[in-house]
Design a protein around this ligand. Structure first.
Ligand code: FES
Length: 163
């Protein structure tokens, strides 16, 4: 499996640079807090605590306001994801083809819900809404790589957790 970028601890310089670049890219846009947060997470893999005051100051918001938005949307991560990010499709076609059972299996196997990381810290579980593989449902994505017609057994195999 591919390892996502930025798994090494982030330096404060890296966080500051990525945050300032995100602020710059969306400068002057109305309602730019969400695009900025998406941008930072896309670059760094999560939104580090130290990015919050930089964003708040630049947008003339309070830290609490920025925190409030980050915690309102489950998509935003405040801590780094595990080395393996498993996204299980929760959209209609996959749900009709066993996606619900697959999602339940993933949660049971990992011992965590969606938007969370397994107790051993190895896998972060996220929902995704259609991967364009509806004809081969149910589908998952592991570290950005799509897999189709995934059964619980195949998922175990993909994750290397055993049957
Ligand atoms: S609904 Fe799951 S890939 Fe389209």
């Amino acid at each position: 499996m591919n390892t996502p970028p930025h798994k090494a601890p982030l330096s404060e310089d890296t966080v500051l640079q990525a945050t300032q670049e995100a602020l710059h890219r969306h400068a002057g846009q109305k309602g730019n807090l969400l695009p900025i947060l998406h941008d930072v997470q896309h670059t760094l893999g999560h939104i580090p605590e130290s990015a919050v005051p930089v964003i708040a100051q630049a947008l003339q918001l309070s830290r609490a306001e920025v925190h409030g938005v980050i915690s309102f949307y489950p998509h935003f991560r405040q801590t780094p994801a595990a080395d393996v990010v498993l996204e299980v499709c929760r959209a209609e076609s996959c749900q009709a083809m066993g996606g619900e059972q697959l999602a339940a299996h993933a949660q049971q196997k990992l011992g965590c819900g969606f938007h969370a990381t397994s107790a051993d810290g190895k896998v972060t579980l996220e929902p995704v809404y259609c991967l364009g593989l509806c004809a081969q449902s149910p589908a998952v994505m592991i570290n950005g790589r799509p897999h189709a017609r995934v059964t619980p057994a195949k998922l175990d195999q993909l994750l290397g957790t055993g049957a």
